[in-house]
Write a protein that binds this ligand. Structure first.
Ligand code: FDA
Length: 298
């Protein structure tokens, strides 16, 4: 009870906690400020048999030059992965590439990155942001997978009521989907709020994806979902290369070991960069218990 009250109060005041204090908690979730930090983290993960997806932190960009900066940085990530022979790919956010200001610019930026990924035999995952951007993100994914099949994927969120229909709509061609619960605050009208329902929809969507032979990044730290995913993998007789588990940096070390011990493939999301504030605030809101643990209260 006391814990629930603490979580409720904390998650509502996180936006008002000064940046210097949030910085203290950020270290757990991000590799560091520069690409070399993400590369170091990836080398470490690769040495443990874990793949990574590198994310350049930054979102809601409203300046065209800045979108070009992020586009070039993403290309640099792909080129460095190649140069260092790492087992890693790239994740990016549409609003980092200009979706807030200009859809055509955003598409062209992402297209250039995916084109480079194809040249380097790599892969780009387009993250899913909040619901005003869902339709445009899926449209871009559709176009890009047509032009660069096998080199691009996107994300679907189990909390959205539309997701089951999106799977149906998208499954006319081979699908590469990261399935997550969804992290943004969405209205009841379009999103499930009940955690149990979100989980049920997650399993429903996962089974639908498997039945449509999609490649799925099973992105969750929820043990119950991982349990069900492992049963579905067995039911559909999937090979190790037909799917992967995905987790965020800084969360669930024991789960990582468990997944690896069962011989499943695992990829860790490795964010780096100077624009870490929104990302870390979202993570802390999701789990305010971290603040208690760090302060030694729990
Ligand atoms: P849940 O929130 O129930 O957490 C299960 C357990 O994990 C908790 O009990 C706790 O132990 C641990 N945990 C979860 N969050 C934690 C935290 N912040 N700190 C410490 N422990 C924590 N979302 C989105 O909307 N768009 C996207 O593109 C992505 N991309 C993405 C990539 C990857 C690789 C992952 C793993 C997740 C995402 N997400 C995302 C985030 C996702 O939607 C979701 O918010 C988080 O994964 C938390 O949900 P879980 O499924 O882990 O369950």
């Amino acid at each position: 009870m006391l814990n629930n009250i603490f979580n409720f109060v904390t998650s509502n005041i996180i936006d008002y906690i000064p940046e210097q204090i949030i910085d203290f908690f950020s270290r757990k979730y991000i590799a560091g400020p520069s690409l070399s930090d993400a590369i170091k983290a990836t080398i470490d993960l690769n040495s443990k048999g874990i793949m990574s997806t590198i994310d350049v932190l930054g979102e809601s960009v409203v300046n065209e030059d800045q979108t070009i900066f992020f586009r070039n940085e993403c290309i640099k990530v792909l080129e460095t992965i190649k140069k260092e022979s790492l087992n890693a790919n790239l994740s990016l956010k549409p609003t980092q590439m200009g979706l807030v200001i200009n859809k055509a610019l955003c598409y062209e930026n992402i297209r250039k990155i995916v084109k480079r990924a194809k040249e380097l035999d790599n892969f780009v995952r387009i993250d899913m942001e909040n619901s005003p951007y869902t339709t445009d993100t899926l449209k871009m994914y559709r176009l890009l997978r047509e032009e660069f099949p096998g080199h691009v994927g996107t994300v679907l969120q189990a909390y959205l009521r539309r997701t089951v229909d999106d799977i149906e709509r998208l499954s006319d061609k081979p699908l590469n989907i990261r399935l997550c619960k969804g992290i943004y605050i969405e209205p009841y009208k379009i999103a499930y709020k009940n955690p149990q329902l979100i989980n049920e929809n997650y399993i429903y969507c996962l089974e639908k994806l498997f039945s449509k032979k999609a490649y799925v990044g099973i992105a969750t730290h929820d043990e119950k979902l991982i349990f069900h995913a492992m049963r579905l993998i067995e039911k559909y007789n999937l090979k190790t290369n037909d799917y992967e588990f995905q987790m965020l940096m800084g969360i669930g070390d024991e789960l990582r070991d468990f997944i690896l011990s069962k011989k499943h493939r695992l990829r860790i999301y490795v964010p780096y960069g100077k624009e870490w504030l929104s990302y870390v605030r979202r993570r802390l809101k999701e789990n305010p218990n971290i603040i208690m643990t760090a302060l030694g209260i729990k």
